[in-house]
Design a protein around this ligand. Structure first.
Ligand code: RET
Length: 260
């Protein structure tokens, strides 16, 4: 681990702390929001809650691992203690959460008979993408990083293909605002997921190792908040919209006193 300036170290430290807080808050939001949607859509919100719970735990561990990996010296620089910074937490987190994220999209679309098979294909491709990316993430040389990155891009492209080609007709069948929201969430998914390989490429693109270490952590944190919390909020909006369109009434309006 390279020696870091106080600014670099605390930037990553604070961002881990913020991301952990975002996951906790999102968990509370998704759990409480379940009752706001029709029973048919509650599974999608449960999956959002699981995603941020799993991520919250892993961010806590990543945060601890970062603290243990560095110690401040007399010159105010952060030097490696020898304790390794554990990147595996992030990949285990993705391995569990990425399949759930695609599953919740399919759950909120309510595709009927098609659901099971599409979920399986997308979830399997997502898991494969993460597994194949890991050897490159921990590789010391850029050649190995590029090789595994390229292999991992194959399932990534497959996911994009399924989302934009195969799900197109199913989205076109949805009505009103739900259709607009589903088109938007698909774009959000592409934009946020597309961010990960770009961050992964930074060391290969010649970004100097210290900056690359900091930028990769900052980049993944931002992408995780958007892809888990932001995406979960959109799933909730779609579930709400569809619940209302299907005539689901949130609890009866409280009786108001005459004259109110
Ligand atoms: C890797 C390796 C390089 C090639 C590609 C990658 C894609 C990673 C993605 C991760 C998405 C993670 C999410 C986490 C949120 O819970 C593994 C960086 C294509 C797309 C959405």
């Amino acid at each position: 681990m390279p020696t870091l300036s106080g600014g670099d170290y605390t930037l990553v430290y604070n961002l881990f702390s913020f991301t952990f807080a975002a996951m906790l808050a999102s968990f509370i939001f998704f759990v409480l929001s379940r009752s706001q949607v029709a029973p048919n859509y509650r599974n999608a919100l449960t999956m959002s809650a699981l995603v941020v719970a799993i991520a919250g735990y892993h961010y806590f561990r990543i945060f601890e691992s970062w603290s243990a990996a560095y110690a401040i010296n007399d010159a105010g620089q952060y030097v490696a203690t020898g304790a390794p910074f554990n990147d595996a937490y992030r990949y285990i987190d993705w391995l569990l959460t990425v399949p759930l994220l695609v599953a919740e999209l399919i759950a909120v679309m309510k595709l009927g008979k098609m659901s099971g098979m599409i979920t399986f294909r997308l979830a399997a491709a997502a898991a494969l993408m993460v597994i194949l990316g890991y050897p490159g993430e921990i590789a010391a040389d850029n050649g190995t990083r590029a090789l595994w990155g390229a292999i991992s891009t194959i399932p990534f492209v497959y996911i994009v293909y399924v989302l934009f080609r195969e799900l197109g007709p199913a989205i076109a069948r949805q009505t009103g605002q739900a259709q607009v929201l589903l088109r938007n969430i698909r774009l959000l998914l592409l934009a946020t997921w597309g961010f990960y390989p770009i961050v992964y490429l930074l060391p290969i693109l010649g970004v100097e190792p210290t900056s690359a270490l900091v930028a990769v952590q900052v980049g993944y944190c931002i992408a995780d908040v958007a892809a888990k919390c932001g995406y979960g909020v959109m799933i909730y909006a779609i579930a709400r919209e569809k619940s209302i369109a299907e005539g689901y009434m949130l609890e009866a309006k409280p009786a108001t006193a005459a004259g109110d």
